[in-house]
Design a protein around this ligand. Structure first.
Ligand code: NAD
Length: 456
C-alpha cells in the first residue's frame, strides 16, 4: 500500500514534471527486510567478484551519464555542466571503491603467547539518507563504500529530488547487483527516514542534511547505539590576505559560493578580506559577479540555475529582507514562475547578523574586512559550523598557519577545491560526525574484530 505521492516540479519553470509514489512504513519495513535477507549472500560474494560487480555498475552509470545528467537538470535545475560532473562522480566513486573489497585489510598485532589479528566485518543493512542539493554524488558517497565493504543498502532520496536516485537503483540491477543489495525507497523523512533510524535491522545511518534533522537522528540512534555518520550544514570562510593574487581570489570567489545557486554545504558564504585589499577585491568581485551566466541550466554555458523550490526561494529572500545588497547579478528575463534568485553580495561588519551566522543555502554572500592573521582566524572560527574554507595568500608560512588554525574539515589554499572522492570529507563542530570518501571510507561501514589465537 502506498501512502501518497509527491509532485516533482521543475525549478526552472515551477511546472510539474512527474508524480513519485512515497513509500509507507510497511513498504519501508519490507524493503529493509529484503535488504537484510540479501546481506549474507552479498557479504560472502568473493572480493574479486564484488569488485567486478561494482565496476559493472560504474560502467552502466557511465553508459547512462547523459541521461542521468539531463534528469538532474529537469528535477533539480542544476546546470548541465554540473549535472554531468555529478553523474560522472557516481561512476568514479564506484570505480574507486571497487578496489576496496580486495583490500579490506586487517592488522596483525604483536602480542605474547600467540597470534593476534583484526578483521573488518560489514555491519549489515545501511540506511543512507540524502538531501536535495546534490542528489547523485551524496548518494554515491554513501552506497559506494558501503556496498564495497559488503553491506546492503537502503537509500532514501530527498522528497524534492528522487528521480536520479530511482534511476540509479534500476541501473544497479541492470549491472547485475543481486536484488535487495541496493534499494532506493522514495519517501518522506518523517516516514522512511525515521523508520531507518528506528528499525533494528538497519545497523548504520549515513545521513547528509541539515544540522537540525541530523541532531534528531543522532538522538534517535542512541536508542539502539546505532552507528551514524553525519554530514551537516556549513558557513565556510574564504579568507583573502592582501598579499594574495587578488585578481584570482576575486574572479574565483563567486563560483565558490554561487555554484549550485549557493545550495552547497561547502559554500564559502563568508568572505573575509584583509582591509588593505578590501576595496580592490570588492571592485573585482563586482565585475566577476556581474559576468556570471545565470541562465537556463540546460544551456551548456549556464553557470548558475534556480533554487530548488518556492519555499527555499522564500527562505533565501527572507534573509535579504531589510538588508542592503552591495551589488548583485542577474536572473533570466524568462524567469517566470521558476525559483530564481540573483547572486547577491552583502557587506557587513556585524558578526551577529543572521546573514553572517546562519547557513542561507542560497546565492548570498557576506563580505567582511579583517586586520591581521589572528583576526582572520578568530572570525573564521566564530561559528558553530566547521566544514570547509579557502585561504588566499602568497606566503606559504601563513598558508600553513591559517590552514592549521581554521577549525574545519576541508580547506584549500589558493583554490576552492571541490570535494575529491579519494580524499576524506567531513565536518568539525556541528558540521558533522565522522568522515566520508577517501581511502578509509569502507572501514566506516565495518566493525573491527580482534582475534587472539593462543600458541600452546
Ligand atoms: P534536511 O535535513 O531537511 O533533509 C535531508 C534528508 O533527511 C532528506 O532526505 C529528508 O527527507 C530527510 N529527513 C527529514 N527529516 C527526517 C527525520 N526526522 N528522520 C530521518 N530523515 C529525515 O536537509 P535538506 O534541506 O534536504 O538539505 C540541505 C542541508 O543539507 C543543508 O543544511 C546542507 O548544508 C546540508 N548538506 C550537508 C552536506 C555535507 O556533506 N556536510 C552536503 C550537502 C548538504
Amino acid at each position: 500500500m502506498t501512502s501518497s505521492t509527491f509532485t516533482v516540479l521543475s525549478p526552472v519553470t515551477g511546472q510539474p514534471v512527474t508524480e513519485v509514489a512515497l513509500a509507507s512504513v510497511e513498504e519501508t519495513d519490507a524493503a529493509i527486510e529484503r535488504a537484510d535477507a540479501a546481506f549474507p549472500a552479498w557479504r560472502d560474494v568473493a572480493p574479486g567478484e564484488r569488485a567486478r560487480l561494482l565496476r559493472a555498475f560504474a560502467a552502466v552509470v557511465d553508459a547512462h551519464l547523459e541521461e542521468l545528467a539531463q534528469l538532474e537538470v529537469l528535477n533539480s535545475g542544476h546546470t548541465i555542466g554540473n549535472a554531468r560532473w555529478e553523474a560522472g562522480n557516481v561512476r568514479d566513486v564506484l570505480n574507486y571503491y571497487s578496489a576496496a573489497p580486495e583490500r579490506m585489510f586487517g592488522r596483525q598485532i604483536p602480542v605474547p603467547g600467540g597470534l593476534d589479528f583484526t578483521v573488518r566485518e560489514p555491519l549489515g543493512v545501511i540506511g543512507v539518507i540524502v538531501p536535495w542539493n546534490f542528489p547523485m554524488p551524496i548518494a554515491g558517497w554513501g552506497f559506494g563504500p558501503a556496498l564495497a565493504a559488503g553491506n546492503t543498502v537502503v537509500l532514501k532520496p530527498a522528497e524534492l529530488t528522487p528521480l536520479t536516485a530511482i534511476r540509479l537503483g534500476e541501473l544497479a540491477l541492470e549491472a547485475g547487483l543481486p536484488e535487495g543489495v541496493f534499494t532506493v525507497i522514495p519517501g518522506k523523512g518523517s516516514v522512511v527516514g525515521e523508520r531507518f533510524v528506528t528499525h533494528p535491522l538497519v545497523r548504520k545511518i549515513c545521513f547528509t542534511g541539515s544540522t537540525g534533522v541530523g541532531k534528531q537522528i543522532m538522538a534517535g540512534c542512541a536508542d539502539q547505539v546505532k552507528r551514524l555518520t553525519l554530514e551537516l550544514g556549513g558557513k565556510s570562510a574564504n579568507i583573502v590576505f592582501a598579499d594574495a593574487d587578488i585578481a584570482k581570489a576575486a574572479a574565483t570567489a563567486p563560483y565558490a559560493v554561487f555554484d549550485n545557486a549557493g545550495q552547497d554545504c561547502c559554500a564559502r558564504s563568508r568572505i573575509l578580506v584583509q582591509r588593505s585589499a578590501y576595496d580592490e577585491f570588492l571592485g573585482r568581485l563586482e565585475t566577476a559577479v556581474g559576468a556570471m551566466k545565470v541562465i537556463d541550466p540546460a544551456d551548456d554555458a549556464s553557470e548558475m540555475g534556480p533554487l530548488i523550490c518556492a519555499k527555499q526561494k522564500e527562505t533565501v529572500l527572507g534573509y535579504l529582507d531589510g538588508v542592503e545588497a552591495a551589488f548583485s547579478g542577474s536572473v533570466p528575463d524568462s524567469a517566470g514562475d521558476g525559483f530564481w534568485v540573483p547572486p547577491t553580495v552583502v557587506l557587513t561588519e556585524d558578526t551577529s547578523t543572521p546573514i553572517w551566522r546562519e547557513e542561507v543555502f542560497g546565492p548570498v554572500v557576506a563580505v567582511m574586512p579583517f586586520d591581521d592573521e589572528a583576526d582572520a582566524i578568530r572570525l573564521a572560527n566564530d561559528t558553530e559550523f566547521g566544514l570547509s574554507g579557502s585561504i588566499f595568500t602568497r606566503d606559504v608560512g601563513r598558508a600553513l598557519r591559517v590552514a592549521r588554525g581554521v577549525q574545519a574539515g576541508n580547506l584549500s589554499v589558493n583554490s576552492h577545491s571541490s570535494v575529491r572522492y579519494w580524499t576524506p570529507f567531513g565536518g568539525f563542530k556541528q558540521s558533522g560526525l565522522g568522515r566520508e570518501l577517501g581511502p578509509d571510507a569502507p572501514n566506516a561501514f565495518t566493525e573491527e574484530k580482534n582475534v587472539f589465537i593462543a600458541q600452546d
